[in-house]
Design a protein around this ligand. Structure first.
Ligand code: ADP
Ligand code: MG
Length: 631
C-alpha cells in the first residue's frame, strides 16, 4: 500500500487539527454532518430532476453509530459519494472554502483565528480521531474506494466494497487524556445534544442507533413484582428536520439565527441584524437575511461574489444567486426558499424569471427598511454597519448614473464638523440656519487633516456645519446627488461660497486694485493655476488652492490614480489672504524686486500644494527657494 503525501498547506492544517489548537473539538460532528447533507443535496437534486431515476424520499438519510468497544464513531450518508479522483482532490487537499482564508505567509498565532473564522471542514475529524477511514462509492459508478489516514503522515486510497452509493466515515477516537475524554463522543446523550445544537435543521433525517429499555414481552408480572426489562437497539431520528426558515419566528431566539449564520458559514462575525421573511401573496417565499457586522476580507475586491442561497421548495438549487441582490446591498447574506421556482431552472433562465425578479424587488425593499429602522432605533449598530459597508452604499449612489440615489440617500452618514459625529443629510439640513444656502463639505485624507484646511475657515467662522469627506467615493456620490431637499452641495473650496460677508465685497475690491500683481503671479506660475485672486475664505492662513468648475482637486487626485488619466486636471485657483503680513511682503517685492516676487510666488504655490496634500512638483527647486530666503 503506497502512502501519498498531503499537499503542503493541507498538511499544516491537519497538524493543527491534530494538535487541537481549536478549542471546540465538538464541531467536528457538525462539519461531517454538513458534508453528508451537502452530498445528499446533490443526490436528491439529481433524483428529483432526472426522470429516469426513481425517487423515494426515505432513501436519503444520515446515520450515526457509535461502537464503544472498538471506540469508533461512524457517520454514514446516502449522498452522491466520491470517485477516486474526487477523493484525491477533496481529501488530499484542503477544501477550497477553507483554503481561501488560509494564508500560508502569516502562520502562528493568527492561524487559530483564521481557522475559527472559516469552516474547518473534513479535517476537523482529526481533532478527535487519530485514524480516519472513508469508504465511498460515487453515484453511477461500480467501484468503491477506501481512503485512510492516521494524520499528517499522509493517506492511502485503495479499492473497497460498498453496496450503495454514498459515504461512510469511521473515526477511531483518540485515547483519553487527563484533560480530555474522547469517549464522550460515543455517548448517545452527547451525540444527541450535538446534533440538536448544530444540525437540528438539516433537512434529512439524522438517524442514530439508540439503546432502549423495553419490558420483556409477556413478563408483565403480577402486582408488586418488578417488571423485567431488556435492552434493544433502535434507530431514531434525532433532528427535527424542520429548516429554520420554515419555523415560526416566535419559536426562534437570536441565538438560533446566529447559529444558522455560522453553521451556513455566511460569515465569521456575529450578524448585526437578521430578517426572517415569510411572504405570502402574489409571490410566496421564506427568507432569512443577515446584515453582517464586519467587512469580509475580500469584500471590496473583485473576488467577492454577492448572492443569496436559493432553494426551491426546500431543495438547494443555487449557492449564490446574484440576481437576488442589487450590488449596493451585496453585503447581505442569507437564503431564500420559494415554491414558485422550478427545480430545473438554469442560470440563464433564472435571470429572466419573473418570480425571481419580484422576489428580488421585495427583498430589496425589506433590506432598505431594515437598514432604516436600524438607523432610527439602533444608531450605534447602524454606525458599526456603516463603518463596514457605508462605502458600498455611497458607491451605489454614484454608480448606474445615480439611478438608485433616492433609495440610498437617507442611508448615508458623513462625519460632521459638529462634534465630529456621524450625521445623516436629513439631520444636517434640519439644523441649517435659515440664511444658509448650501450644504457645505470639505475633502481630505482624514478628519484631522480636513479640520486644518485653511479653506474651511470662513464657513466654519460663520458657524455652519461642514461635512468632512474622507473617502475617495464621497465627493463623487455628492456630485451625483447634486442636492438634498433642494439644498445644493458646496465644496468649501468652490469659487463662490454663497456667503454674504464683508470679505465678499472687500475681496472684489482687492482683486481690482491688485489685478496687476495677481496677473504677474499667474504668469510666473506658468499655467499651473487658472487664476490668482484675493481670498474671501481665508482668515489666518496666507494661501490656499481652490478649484473652479465641476472637478475638484480631490476628485482630480482620485481620478489620476486610475489608468489613462494623466490629462485630468482641476482648474486650480491660488487664493491669497490679503490681510496676511505675507501679502505685504509680496506687494513690496513686486514693486522693488521681481526676482523675489518669483521666489515668493513659487513658495506660496508650493505651500498651497502641500496643504492640499498634493506633491510639490519640484522639491529641489522648492528647498533651494527656502534656502535663498534664509540667507
Ligand atoms: P467543504 O465542505 O467546505 O467543501 P470539507 O473539507 O468539509 O470542505 O470537504 C471537502 C470536500 O470533500 C467537499 O467539498 C466534498 O466535495 C467532499 N466531501 C466531504 N465529505 C463528503 C461526503 N460525505 N460525501 C461526498 N463528498 C464529500
Ligand atoms: Mg464541509
Amino acid at each position: 500500500m503506497s502512502k501519498q503525501q498531503f499537499k503542503a498547506e493541507s498538511k499544516r492544517l491537519l497538524e493543527m487539527m491534530i494538535n487541537s489548537i481549536y478549542t471546540q473539538k465538538e464541531i467536528f460532528l457538525r462539519e461531517l454532518i454538513s458534508n453528508a447533507s451537502d452530498a445528499i443535496d446533490k443526490m436528491y437534486y439529481k433524483a428529483l430532476t432526472d426522470d429516469t431515476l426513481e425517487f423515494n424520499k426515505d432513501d436519503y438519510f444520515i446515520k450515526l453509530s457509535a461502537d464503544k468497544s472498538a471506540r469508533t464513531l461512524t457517520i454514514t450518508d446516502t449522498g452522491i459519494g466520491m470517485t477516486k479522483e474526487e477523493l484525491e482532490e477533496n481529501l488530499g487537499v484542503i477544501a477550497k472554502s477553507g483554503s481561501l482564508a488560509f494564508k500560508s505567509e502569516n502562520e502562528t498565532k493568527e492561524d487559530h483565528t483564521i481557522i475559527g473564522q472559516f469552516g474547518v471542514g473534513f479535517y476537523s475529524a482529526f481533532m478527535v480521531a487519530d485514524e480516519v477511514s472513508v469508504v465511498t462509492k460515487a453515484f453511477g459508478s461500480e467501484d468503491a474506494y477506501v481512503w485512510e489516514s492516521a494524520g499528517a503522515e499522509g493517506y492511502s486510497i485503495e479499492s473497497g466494497t460498498k453496496a450503495e452509493a454514498g459515504t461512510k466515515i469511521t473515526l477511531h477516537l483518540k485515547a483519553n487524556t487527563e484533560d480530555e475524554s474522547y469517549d464522550e463522543y460515543l455517548e448517545e446523550y452527547r451525540l444527541r445534544s450535538l446534533v440538536k445544537k448544530y444540525s437540528d435543521f438539516i433537512r434529512y433525517p439524522i438517524k442514530m442507533e439508540v439503546t432502549r429499555s423495553v419490558p420483556v414481552a409477556g413478563a408483565d408480572g403480577a402486582e408488586g413484582e418488578e417488571t423485567a426489562y431488556t435492552e434493544v437497539r433502535e434507530e431514531e431520528t434525532v433532528n427535527s428536520m424542520v429548516p429554520i426558515w420554515r419555523k415560526n419566528k416566535n419559536e426562534l431566539t437570536d441565538e438560533d439565527y446566529e447559529k444558522f449564520y455560522s453553521e451556513k458559514r455566511y460569515g465569521f462575525d456575529k450578524p448585526l441584524k437578521h430578517l426572517h421573511l415569510k411572504v405570502d401573496g402574489n409571490i410566496v417565499y421564506n427568507a432569512i437575511l443577515y446584515i453582517p457586522e464586519k467587512t469580509p476580507f475580500d469584500y471590496y475586491t473583485k473576488e467577492y461574489e454577492k448572492g443569496l442561497e436559493l432553494y426551491s421548495s426546500g431543495v438547494l438549487i443555487m449557492n449564490k444567486c446574484a440576481d437576488l441582490l442589487p450590488d449596493y446591498f451585496g453585503f447581505v447574506k442569507g437564503m431564500v426558499d420559494s415554491e414558485d421556482l422550478s427545480l430545473n431552472i438554469s442560470r440563464e433562465m433564472l435571470q429572466h424569471d419573473r418570480q425571481l425578479k419580484l422576489i428580488a424587488k421585495n427583498i430589496q425593499n425589506k433590506i432598505k427598511s431594515a437598514l432604516q429602522s436600524l438607523l432610527k432605533d439602533e444608531r450605534e449598530k447602524y454606525e458599526t454597519f456603516f463603518e463596514s459597508f457605508g462605502r458600498q452604499l455611497k458607491y451605489g449612489v454614484y454608480s448606474d448614473y445615480g439611478m438608485n440615489k433616492d433609495t440610498l440617500q437617507d442611508l448615508l452618514l458623513f462625519t460632521s464638523s459638529k462634534e465630529k459625529k456621524q450625521v445623516t443629510l436629513e439631520e444636517y439640513v434640519s439644523r441649517m440656519p435659515e440664511e444658509q444656502k448650501y450644504i457645505y463639505y470639505a475633502t481630505g485624507g482624514s478628519v484631522d487633516r480636513i479640520e486644518k484646511l485653511p479653506q474651511t475657515e470662513l464657513v466654519a467662522d460663520k458657524g455652519y456645519e461642514i461635512l468632512y469627506l474622507t473617502d475617495d467615493i464621497d465627493e463623487f456620490a455628492l456630485k451625483m446627488l447634486m442636492s438634498y431637499k433642494e439644498k445644493e452641495f458646496k465644496n468649501v473650496s468652490a469659487g463662490d461660497l454663497g456667503i454674504e460677508s464683508d470679505e465678499e465685497t472687500k475681496s472684489e475690491e482687492e482683486d481690482k486694485s491688485n489685478a496687476e500683481l495677481f496677473d504677474e503671479m499667474k504668469t510666473l506660475l506658468g499655467g499651473k493655476v487658472k487664476e490668482v485672486r484675493a481670498s474671501k475664505r481665508l482668515k489666518s492662513h496666507p494661501v490656499c488652492l481652490t478649484s473652479e468648475g465641476e472637478l475638484s482637486i480631490e476628485m482630480e487626485k482620485v481620478l489620476r490614480a486610475m489608468p489613462n488619466s494623466e490629462n485630468i486636471e482641476a482648474d486650480k485657483v491660488l487664493e491669497i489672504n490679503v490681510n496676511h503680513e505675507v501679502f505685504q511682503s509680496l506687494k513690496a517685492a513686486s514693486e522693488k524686486d521681481k526676482e523675489k516676487l518669483g521666489l515668493y510666488t513659487n513658495l506660496l504655490y508650493n505651500q498651497a500644494l502641500l496643504i492640499e496634500g498634493l506633491p510639490v512638483q519640484d522639491p529641489v527647486e522648492f528647498t533651494n527657494a527656502i534656502c535663498k530666503i534664509m540667507v
